[in-house]
Design a protein around this ligand. Structure first.
Ligand code: NDP
Length: 328
């Protein structure tokens, strides 16, 4: 059989981590043939809970799992990992300034970047989930100069999948027939969910829907606000869907996207489509042979260009704030 791959999950005692650990263990991320060794990291106050997660993984008698390391030591956690999913982060609490949250995450991502740089397997692929995901990924990149920038990405796949889900529900078709929506920009409320190039059952989504008002109004706000809507319903933020989309992100990155299909990933921007350069920006990407590539040549109308500008401006602002925190 294949040699096991070491997969790091940070914040692994949290909600998303709890759901992610079992999904990865059942092959949802790297395929049903790929054995894994799980590295679960959390902070000392969560150590006991983390050990509980490890006990449950043992109890699940998982054929693909060749070991579970549960630790609060970031250096140990990063040793030889080929995939790193960064879910741990400092959440914004009521009354906290953006800058305070940013400076907490800057210090977390700075030290985790250093540990990954030092200990991870060569070619490690990093996915940042914890918010502000795009900017946390950028901080990680700034502090891990030997990891190629294309190996550091941020999660916008949940937003992408939410957009697919909304279109499928609206049209009353199965979600598997809907493809090539795009999430542009930041994983925040300025993100731009765009269906202009998407198809449903092979037809362009705008033609199938014939409802521009919905597409520019409720559709966009529903996708942007979906996280808040889930919190209202569950009293907790989305976890199983976030974990599921993290698996989708890594699976497509490692094993490829289907011919004719693209997905959304937060990746280092080369300035395509008028996005600012050198921020982690969500683009449509195709993946092959373990590499992503931004889909080129899509037409961008004035409406879309305006939306891309707004979310790009926000990322530049977040980057400046992060760099200030890094320097100070
Ligand atoms: P979750 O597992 O629910 O979420 C973790 C992170 O994912 C948060 O930053 C959250 O951002 C983000 N997130 C949540 N939902 C989504 C979504 N739908 N799409 C994209 N991102 C999302 O939080 P828990 O509090 O349950 O777990 C966090 C873990 O991190 C804990 O186990 C904690 O111990 C650990 N932690 C580690 C730190 C460190 O490494 N130094 C510091 C602090 C915590 P948002 O809150 O904005 O939704």
């Amino acid at each position: 059989g294949k040699a096991p791959v070491r997969v790091l999950i940070t914040g692994a005692a949290g909600q998303i981590g709890y759901s992610l650990a079992i999904q990865v263990s059942r092959g949802t991320m790297l395929g049903p043939e790929q054995p894994i060794i799980l590295h679960l990291l959390d902070i000392p106050p969560a150590a006991q809970s983390l050990d509980g997660v490890k006990m449950e993984l043992i109890d699940a008698a998982l054929p693909l799992v060749h070991g579970v390391l549960a630790t609060t030591d970031v250096e140990e956690a990063c040793k030889d990992v080929a995939i790193a999913v960064m879910v741990g982060g400092f959440p914004r609490k009521a009354g906290m300034e953006r800058k305070d949250v940013m400076s907490k995450n800057v210090s977390i991502y700075k030290s985790q970047a250093a540990a990954l740089e030092k200990h991870a397997a060569k070619g490690v692929k990093v996915l940042v989930v914890a918010n502000p995901a795009n900017t946390n990924a950028l901080i990680l990149r700034e502090n891990a100069p030997s990891i190629p920038p294309e190996n550091i990405t941020a999660l916008t796949r949940l937003d992408h999948n939410r957009a697919l889900g909304q279109v499928a529900e609206r049209l009353g078709v199965h979600v598997s027939g809907v493809r090539n929506v795009i999430i542009w920009g930041n994983h925040s409320s300025t993100q731009f969910p765009d269906v202009a190039h998407g198809t449903a059952g092979g037809r362009p989504i705008p033609d199938a829907l014939r409802d521009e008002a919905w597409l520019r109004g409720d559709f966009v706000s529903t996708v942007q606000q979906r996280g808040a809507a889930i919190i209202k319903m569950r009293g907790m933020s989305s976890a199983l869907s976030a974990a599921s989309s993290a698996c989708d992100h890594v699976r497509n990155w490692v094993l490829g996207t289907e011919p004719g299909t693209w997905v959304s990933m937060g990746v280092i921007s080369d300035g395509s489509y008028g996005a600012p350069k050198d921020v982690i920006f969500s683009f449509p990407v195709k993946c092959e042979g373990g590499r992503w590539e931004i889909v080129q040549g899509l037409s961008i109308d004035e409406y879309a260009a305006g939306k891309i500008k707004v979310t790009g401006d926000e990322l530049v602002e977040e980057k400046e704030l992060a760099l200030q925190c890094l320097a100070g």
